[in-house]
Design a protein around this ligand. Structure first.
Ligand code: ADP
Ligand code: MG
Length: 385
């Protein structure tokens, strides 16, 4: 089943915060003081800033997990400040660190929680659960009936994303969604979120303390100072090119070439195309395709054209038929940033990384082409533009 078979997803709507303030009892300063902000429909907006500056409080006021002390919140032009908060929350997906799964419910029941509360019929819930597990890269047949404790941290986080999307809300709020997973898994989950979002166009508000994550994922970034005071609210490109003040400059940090790499996508560079081989194919047939003497490696693809391994011709010659790889290798999505690509390359023995487009192999990005690109960026910067 593919996600487009039976459903169209509901696209995002605009969120407006007007003079929103939160004072916690007993605190001398408001946690959020008079925040005014428009989050455009269908965009992914990242909230960043130092710990305690009011990111989570601001986010939770949008779905009224926290009640504002003052101000109004408009969703799609409608004032929701006085709406029933329970009903409001069912229209706003919410994803937290670790996935927040109910340990005693299966993966399928966790994902189907909100549709169940909304009294969807069982068949529709079942279809939706499978569709969403598919969307976040978990085979429903394998994972639907498992329990949270049987999943890795990254898998639990995927389920958390599926659950946030389950009732097809126009808005999804995320609070440090990938903060609890290792860096490689995190960058994969980020790639997946980008690819899901390019398909669904939800309005996503995502809190992170990681400026690189904000630059990578955000259509816009909101940089906050304590009290949720806006230091800058703009696209990543504009913030990097012209930080509004010293606070922002410090926050985004030095090393602008490195930051440029997190703005550039893998598909902006050209790929190499080593010889490919299918699992099970006779090695003698593969060898015939090595026309150029300089070539000495081969990319192994499975029957769904997913890259499975990248090995030397010498290793391949130990077999009569192309073997099924027994390790899982890291690949990069064609929309990944060059920063992530470099990380993947450092983990590979080949000075390059295999690139996929929606899991299908499209080529190899070499380390040389990335360094060449960095050199050209530095030359542009050095020529005083
Ligand atoms: P962030 O998510 O940016 O780290 P928070 O929104 O969690 O910041 O917190 C903002 C400020 O409000 C902090 O000073 C924090 O100590 C305070 N705060 C957060 N939650 C509560 C609460 N439930 N009661 C009292 N103070 C709180
Ligand atoms: Mg927080």
């Amino acid at each position: 089943m593919t996600k487009n078979d039976q459903h169209t997803f509901q696209a995002g709507v605009e969120i407006q915060l007007q003079g929103v303030t939160k004072r916690y009892p007993g605190a001398s300063e408001p946690a959020v003081g008079n925040l005014n902000l428009t989050i455009p429909a269908g965009e992914m907006v990242m909230f960043v800033g130092p710990s305690g500056c009011g990111k989570t409080t601001s986010l939770k006021m949008i779905n009224r997990l926290i009640e504002p002390t003052e101000g109004r919140i408009l969703i799609d032009g409608e004032d929701v400040t006085n709406k029933n908060p329970t009903q409001l929350r069912r229209k706003i997906g919410y994803v937290i660190q670790g996935g927040g799964m109910m340990p005693h419910l299966s993966v399928g029941d966790n994902v189907g929680l909100v549709p169940g509360l909304l009294k969807w019929d069982r068949k529709r819930i079942r279809q939706r659960v499978d569709e969403l597990l598919d969307l976040v890269g978990l085979d429903p047949a394998i994972y639907r009936d498992r329990y949270p404790r049987e999943l890795s941290g990254g898998q639990q986080q995927r389920v958390g994303v599926a659950r946030g999307l389950a009732a097809d809300p126009p808005i999804v709020l995320m609070d440090e969604p990938f903060g609890a997973v290792d860096p490689i898994t995190r960058s994969r989950l980020q790639d997946e979120l980008m690819s899901i979002q390019s398909e669904l166009n939800k309005t996503i508000v995502c809190v992170t303390h990681d400026i690189d994550e904000a630059i990578k994922l955000g259509d816009r970034i909101l940089i906050l100072e304590p009290g949720a005071q806006i230091a800058q609210y703009d696209t990543p490109e504009n913030i990097l090119a012209a930080p509004a003040n010293d606070f922002v400059a410090d926050f985004i940090g030095a090393g602008s070439t490195l930051k440029q790499l997190s703005l550039r996508r893998v598909n902006e560079l050209s790929f190499d195309h080593p010889v490919t081989a299918r699992i099970g194919e006779p090695v003698a047939d593969v060898e015939k395709r090595f026309a150029d003497v300089g070539e000495n490696s081969v990319v192994i693809l499975d029957d769904r054209s997913r890259p499975r391994e990248w090995i030397s011709l010498r290793q391949l010659r130990r077999h009569t038929h192309v073997p099924t790889p027994d390790i899982e290798v890291q690949t990069i999505d064609h929309r990944s940033t060059l920063n992530d690509a470099l990380d993947a390359m450092l983990a590979s023995h080949h000075g390059g990384a295999m690139v996929t487009e929606r899991t299908r192999y499209v080529g190899v990005l070499s380390y040389d082409s990335v360094t060449e690109y960095v050199r050209s960026l530095n030359e542009q910067a050095g020529s005083g533009s």
